[in-house]
Write a protein that binds this ligand. Structure first.
Ligand code: 0L1
Ligand code: MG
Length: 259
């Protein structure tokens, strides 16, 4: 069942054809869903991608309440998902992608299995955009479905890194966040929407990674969660996320014909 479900999601992504939810007509446990996620990521690795990082979902109280969930979920980022800052995303590679502004952290050392991390674990912070793209029809899913679908992970853009601790006197817990499309505000909020303080994503990610056997070596990138609702991407637009005091991550969107 695990391999069959992973194949269905993999094919949906490869053919840009959304599929039915895995939980339609049958029970999918959360543990099985994480096994499907693992099998899905292994398919990407087998095709030559590298493990790049992890991401958290449902870190905002509003989104978690909407889904009726009480804990974060974890997904995996691979090298093929990375779009260089300022580069282009081609809509032809996605089904119905949406962008959300995030804070990214980089781990400065390996996480030892079972450890409870201290503040020395993170060495850098950056503004980021995550592109999510559900492989399910109409972006509709149960909790287990979205976990199996690697938490809708599809692409990411990172702005400039800066050493953690060098981001000014005010901490990261209430920074202004702007998501702009063609210079117009598409979303605005505060980093407080990410677990109350995006730094709390670090122990949360370590806890989830331990639970599901995900290695966290030095250099792992962690997307901490969205600070505003995600916006649907349209062709021939320019998207940017700005986090006050951290800077900006940006990209252009084409439909294959150039922006
Ligand atoms: O990164 C996210 O917050 C996505 C979590 C999965 C739910 C969704 O696709 O909206
Ligand atoms: Mg996200």
């Amino acid at each position: 069942m695990i391999e069959r479900f992973a194949a269905r999601l993999d094919e949906a992504a490869a053919t840009r054809t959304p599929c039915a939810q895995l939980s339609d007509g049958q029970t999918l446990s959360l543990d099985d869903a994480y096994s499907v996620q693992q099998a899905l990521v292994e398919r990407r690795i087998a095709r030559g991608e590298r493990a790049y990082g992890v991401k958290l979902g449902f870190t905002s109280k509003a989104k978690a309440a909407q889904m009726g969930v009480f804990d974060v979920i974890i997904g995996r980022l691979t090298s093929g998902m990375v779009i260089p800052d300022g580069d282009t995303l081609d809509l032809a590679g996605f089904i119905h992608p949406r962008a959300e502004p995030e804070v990214a952290f980089r781990l400065g050392r390996d996480v030892v299995p079972g450890e409870i991390p201290g503040s020395d674990l993170v060495d850098a912070v950056a503004p980021a955009v995550e592109v999510i793209d559900s492989r399910y029809r109409d972006f509709r899913f149960s909790l287990a479905d979205v976990v199996a679908d690697n938490t809708s992970a599809a692409a990411l853009v990172l702005g400039p890194w800066r050493p953690l601790g060098d981001e000014g006197p005010t901490g990261l817990d209430n920074r202004g966040v702007l998501l702009e499309v063609d210079g117009r505000i598409a979303g605005s909020g505060s980093t407080a929407a990410i677990l109350g303080d995006p730094l709390l994503a670090v122990p949360a990610a370590v806890r989830m990674a331990h639970r599901y056997g995900i290695p966290l070596p030095a250099g792992t990138v962690l997307l901490a969660g969205a600070a505003t609702p995600a916006v649907a991407l349209r062709a021939n637009t320019h998207v940017s996320a700005t986090i006050s005091g951290l800077g900006r991550a940006r990209f252009s969107v084409t439909d294959g014909g150039g922006a």
